[in-house]
Write a protein of this length. Structure first.
Length: 347
């Protein structure tokens, strides 16, 4: 297809030839007519423009080749797999990352069906995913298991979208096996942690930065008399009397410094009874608070009884010592009197 510039130059050249051949040409004239000079000048300008355009085209072609090579390198050595699939799931194009996920040479994978490499358990998930991609204008995703010939089965995250004309599915594939193993290990660890909390004899509470409850164990329900549903609507301060909080206010500043704070307060149970508790609190990295609370009412009662008994014993001891001292003084006086009488001291 001839460009507008080339067409215009061709017409000017044709007009110049006609001018020269007959219409305005005079053999006896020594010089060319003004019209011919103007046409020749225009032809020269267009010739220069064409040469410049040719240079620009050559430069653009060279830059395009360089860009294509860079794109090819990025495509091939990207840290994830790229697939182009047909409606039937046939592999039309793929990069090196995709072939590595499947554990097979790229040349041997073209025109194969990707579903052949997907585990039986996740094949239907893949088929539904591919169907949704071609029916939708938005990106779709799913997780499947690749079973390669050389590699161990791996969990893969697929994300795909249909091409402009919905002829192909453009898809990325990322190996998330390690992530899944880490999530599974974390889930097991969290389950173990929750089991330990449930088995703990002390009440455990986790609260938000504002003190609203977000987690507690069964011992916490037994200690407070509130159900978990009720505690989720409450704040830590709701468990203590106003007097107790005034005498021993929360030490948020120490908690923010990462210190473990020990405190004793009176806790008001749901039925209105007051118990004495000790609480160990600490701020976590996610800015939540964790606290272990123990009922020390009986211990405090025992300590009070022991202190009273000790006080009584000290009184009895003091009385006994005083009596003993008085007996010693009395015996000493008796011995002195006997000595004055010339008799042998009795004591």
């Amino acid at each position: 297809m001839i460009s507008d510039k080339k067409l215009e130059a061709s017409l000017l050249r044709q007009k110049a030839e006609e001018e020269l051949v007959g219409k305005f040409f005079n053999p006896d004239m020594k010089y060319l007519s003004d019209d011919i000079r103007m046409i020749i000048q225009e032809l020269q300008v267009h010739q220069i423009e064409l040469e410049m355009q040719n240079e620009d085209l050559a430069r653009a072609k060279e830059e395009s080749e360089v860009a294509r090579e860079k794109y090819k390198e990025l495509y091939d050595f990207a840290p994830l797999g790229y697939f182009t699939l047909s409606h039937e799931g046939e592999i039309l194009e793929l990069n090196l990352g995709a072939s590595q996920l499947l554990g097979k040479e790229r040349t041997n994978l073209k025109n194969s069906r990707l579903g052949f490499f997907i585990s039986h358990e996740t094949k239907q998930i893949f088929n539904d995913f591919l169907d949704q991609v071609f029916k939708s204008n938005t990106r779709k995703g799913c997780e499947v298991v690749f079973e390669g010939f050389e590699n161990e089965p791996i969990v893969v995250q697929l994300n795909g979208i249909a091409s402009d004309k919905r002829e192909n599915c453009l898809m990325t594939a990322v190996d998330i096996t390690d992530q899944k193993l880490a999530e599974e290990a974390m889930s097991k660890s969290e389950l173990k942690y929750r089991m330990l909390l449930e088995l703990a004899s002390d009440a455990f509470f986790q609260g938000s930065e504002k003190g609203d409850f977000i987690l507690m164990n069964t011992a916490a329900n037994e200690l407070t008399g509130y159900s978990k549903e009720e505690l989720f609507k409450m704040n830590m301060k709701d468990l203590f009397s106003a007097v107790s909080l005034q005498e021993n206010p929360p030490k948020y500043e120490q908690l923010r410094k990462g210190e473990t704070v020990y405190s004793e307060r009176d806790l008001v149970r749901k039925d209105g009874t007051v118990i004495q508790i000790e609480m160990n609190s600490r701020m976590m990295l996610d800015m939540t608070y964790q606290a272990f609370i123990r009922d020390i009412t009986e211990r405090k009662r025992t300590e009070k009884a022991l202190k009273q008994k000790l006080s009584e014993m000290e009184i009895y001891y003091e009385l006994a010592i005083t009596r003993e001292r008085k007996m010693i003084a009395l015996k000493s006086e008796i011995n002195m009197l006997l000595g004055r009488l010339g008799e042998v001291p009795k004591y």
